[in-house]
Design a protein around this ligand. Structure first.
Ligand code: BES
Ligand code: MG
Ligand code: ZN
Length: 470
């Protein structure tokens, strides 16, 4: 339990370099007060350094995480953290990191890992009234729980998390505790009846048929603005007939990281009762090989009415997202759209595993708010350019558009394919193929494997949109 207050049992005091020097003087130690460095003085006092954090913003997430881990090891029943030296601006990341350290990762081992000893952590931060401090703490807890939930979804193997099962798990995930999230699912028959040809043709390639989940959170009854968060939910991407090499298929159980992010983000938004209207629209499929699979050269009619020539069955994400975006606009009256997807290998080559690639059709408006929201938490992203020549690359001779560009700039052409279905609504595209998973973590709060990327950025975006009369 983390709560506001003090305790005499054990105090952890945060110190900077200057304070560390005076401590050294008394203790003749080597403690320099560097970020996360710790010094246990006796059985009721320890110091933790805060100087030279590893990153201006994310360093505080790391400090919160390391502090919680340190405190757990102390083996005492109650600990007070004196955070006086931490700036108010850094509290969101600090609490996010602290609570992340207290979240438990789901595994599939036959024996549950032992739970570490629980203790009371008292937060002492007299610089703010209790109500404001409690608000920061609750926000950190909710974000951490939802980041962990997104990681757990992404980690789930595709034999246990296939489309209809993912839909059921989403329902139970958002249904609890009077969050006010409405759940709706369209099964394959409704997808076909509505004319979502792209979503259907990808999903029909597997015996586990496609579905579309829609979550609605109406936090602003009087507003006609609707933010749609559209997340790619490919539970397994083998590539289809344009089959991936064997070694690349393992990671494709996580090709639904965009879906995991939007489900977790809308839960965080609803848990915090943010005053805006949000829809999560989640097309869920498997991309496999069967006698019902689509093949290169097929021409498919999308829900928008546009015809699409298939050049590569492995470029499936953009297809299902296109129909989901049309659904968000036509059926859910979306006024603003963010799509988030593990979309291209090209973004991984370009930006690696720590920077999300972005495209937007509204650089000076919607993207500005996104940029501020993302950088506020220190999340990393890069806006990519596009020009006429890029749009030309996805023109088809036979149909309205094709699902593959030229040899180069695959991230841009993939994004522009999606843009073609946004009907000029303000739109942001997040390509998280690189950032949804990490091979070598940079910060201690990250683990090898799924990162839960997108949850913090989407939540922060929703929060920042409210003052724009959303
Ligand atoms: N799911 C993949 C993209 C991906 C690659 C995600 C690496 C995570 C890590 C996507 O569906 C895909 O297969 N993209 C192709 C597109 C190509 C055929 C134009 C790719 O990037 O190779
Ligand atoms: Mg693919
Ligand atoms: Zn994919």
């Amino acid at each position: 339990m983390v709560k506001i207050g003090t305790t005499e049992e054990f105090k952890v005091v945060f110190v900077d370099k200057e304070m560390a020097k005076s401590i050294n003087h008394k203790l003749k130690g080597k403690f320099e007060g560097k970020a996360s460095e710790n010094l246990v003085v006796n059985d009721s006092l320890a110091y933790v350094g805060i100087d030279e954090p590893s990153d201006e913003k994310l360093g505080y997430r790391e400090l919160g995480f390391n502090t919680a881990k340190f405190v757990k090891k102390l083996g005492v029943a109650a600990v007070e953290l004196d955070l006086t030296l931490i700036k108010e601006d850094d509290l969101p990341n600090f609490f996010l990191g602290l609570y992340l350290a207290l979240c438990v990762k789901k595994t599939y081992k036959s024996e549950e890992p032992k739970e570490e000893g629980k203790q009371d952590i008292f937060i002492n931060y007299k610089l703010l009234p209790d109500a404001e401090l409690a608000d920061y703490m609750e926000e950190g807890r909710i974000l951490a729980e939802n980041v962990m939930a997104a990681r757990n979804f992404v980690n789930a193997p595709s034999n246990l998390l296939y489309p209809e099962e993912f839909a059921r798990q989403i329902k139970s995930f958002v249904s609890g505790a009077g969050l006010g999230i409405e759940y709706k699912v369209l099964h394959q028959k409704e997808i076909v009846d509505k004319g979502m040809g792209l979503l259907n043709i990808v999903g029909d390639s597997s015996k586990n048929k496609p579905c579309l989940v829609v979550l609605s959170y109406n936090g602003a009854a009087g507003s006609d603005k609707v933010l749609a968060l559209v997340g790619k939910g490919v539970c397994m991407d083998t590539g289809g007939y344009c089959l991936k090499p064997g070694s690349s298929i393992y990671d494709m159980k996580g090709d639904m990281a965009g879906a995991a992010a939007v489900v977790s983000a809308i839960k965080a938004i609803a848990s915090r009762r943010l005053r805006l209207n949000v829809k999560a629209v989640i097309p869920i499929v498997e991309n496999r090989i069967s006698d019902a699979s689509f093949v290169p050269s097929d021409v498919i009619t999308s829900y928008s009415g546009k015809t699409v020539e298939i050049l590569n069955t492995d470029a499936e994400g953009r297809l299902i997202l296109a129909d989901a975006i049309s659904y968000a606009i036509k059926d859910e009256k979306a006024t603003h759209i963010v799509d988030i997807a593990t979309l291209t290998g090209a973004v991984v080559s370009m930006l690696g595993q720590t920077v999300t690639g972005i495209l937007s059709n509204d650089e000076n408006g919607f993207y500005k708010t996104f940029n501020e929201a993302s950088t506020r938490y220190g999340e990393r992203h890069l806006l990519l350019p596009y020009y006429k020549e890029h749009e030309k690359m996805i023109e088809s001779e036979l149909a309205d558009i094709k699902n593959l560009g030229d040899k180069f700039c695959g991230t841009i052409t993939a994004g522009l394919f999606i843009k073609a279905f946004t009907e000029d609504k303000p739109w942001i595209h997040m390509d998280i193929a690189g950032t949804s998973k990490m091979d070598s973590p940079v910060f201690s709060y990250e683990e090898k494997g799924p990162t839960g990327t997108g949850v913090v950025q989407l939540y922060s975006l929703a929060k920042l949109l409210i003052p724009f009369h959303f």
